[in-house]
Design a protein around this ligand. Structure first.
Ligand code: GLY
Length: 345
């Protein structure tokens, strides 16, 4: 690659280790990141993304649709038929260019076509750069649930080019900001004081650490779901009611404040740590309370159904020794904290 104007963060997984490049205008370097023995490249992207790096190898572009409905087994079937027609074999490579929908789908196609091909990711959204593209979780949705069919399949490289974020809408940016704010409580203290590029690098470093210690989410990797138990419930209830078009990052931000209030009620943190949560979340322009009226019992029911909760109220909560999983939290306390969440001054 050319003169250093990027951070290189290695996700250290032994013989499946890979670099994540964070910087500006890195697209011209993508060809040199592709291993020398790769013959052809199948690019998987969406029509509105409009990024195709210059490659010296034969390539074909496969477009998938927008929205979660495109993350389907049907799309995997279409991609694999396309790869077969193109003559992709085990020495070739898939290149995902887009946000989490593209990297999840292309990654799962790469994990399964010819029993596993190499793939690279050019992550073009903030959410993908700080979360979805790092760590090898690939999956598609089925009618019974999101991300229910997938594989752990690590990429060969990930490119986080900050220049690609310039065209994101404000709402899309907020979506990534919620995930970013989360890292401020997972080891990236002082995150909100850094430049955007340094923030992305710091988040990638924290995420890489979690993935290295628990690639298959046996325990520690689940802590990356900080703020997500209530966040997912808000999304589920808001979706059912068609009440509000809340972005994932906004729902996570509200979930972070809720988790801080709950941790305080459980004696795990003090008021100054709750204030730190409020300061960080506000610094990203994210909401700290529910934007619509909802019966707390509906949120509690949705939180019990969270696939990581196993039927009881389980949260990732901050504490003296950092965040940890706390199970069997009393629903009466959760209800009180949900009311407190919306009565903050
Ligand atoms: N998005 C959470 C994880 O990768 O584990």
């Amino acid at each position: 690659m050319s003169t250093k104007r990027y951070d290189e963060i290695v996700v250290d997984l032994g013989d499946r280790s890979y670099p994540v490049y964070v910087g500006e205008e890195l697209l011209g370097d993508v060809d040199s990141m592709i291993p020398d023995d790769v013959g052809k490249v199948a690019i998987v992207t969406q029509r509105n993304i409009g990024i195709v790096p210059q490659l010296t190898r034969p390539l074909e572009i496969f477009y998938i649709g927008d929205g979660e409905q495109s993350k389907s087994l049907g799309t995997i079937g279409e991609l694999c038929s396309g790869f077969a027609e193109m003559g992709i074999n085990r020495k070739d490579m898939i290149l995902a260019i887009g946000g989490g929908i593209v990297s999840d789908t292309a990654g799962f196609a790469a994990a399964t076509f010819h029993r596993g091909l190499r793939y690279g990711i050019i992550a073009t959204t903030l959410l993908a750069q700080v979360d979805a593209a790092i760590g090898g979780k690939t999956a598609v949705n089925i009618p019974e649930g999101k991300n229910l069919v997938g594989a752990f399949w690590q990429p060969t490289f990930v490119v986080c080019d900050i220049a690609t974020l310039e065209t994101l809408s404000n709402r899309e940016r907020l979506c990534g900001m919620g995930e970013m704010a989360k890292y401020a409580f997972l080891g990236a203290e002082g995150l909100d004081q850094l430049s955007l590029g340094s923030q992305i690098s710091a988040c990638v470093r924290v995420k890489a650490g979690f993935v290295e210690s628990d690639e298959r989410e046996g325990d520690r990797r689940a802590l990356l779901n900080y703020g997500h138990t209530l966040g997912h419930a808000i999304e589920a209830v808001g979706f059912e009611d068609r009440a509000v078009n809340l972005k994932h990052g906004e729902a996570v931000a509200i979930g972070l404040i809720f988790a801080a209030l709950l941790a305080k009620r459980l004696g795990r943190i003090d008021a100054s740590r709750v204030d730190y949560h409020l300061r960080v979340v506000r610094s990203y322009g994210l909401p700290t309370r529910l934007p619509f009226d909802v019966d707390p019992d509906r949120l509690i029911e949705a939180m019990c159904k969270d696939k990581k909760s196993f039927g009881t109220l389980t949260f990732v909560l901050d504490g003296g020794s950092g965040v940890e999983v706390v199970r069997d939290v009393d629903p009466t306390l959760v209800r009180e904290v949900l009311l407190e969440l919306n009565n903050q001054s």
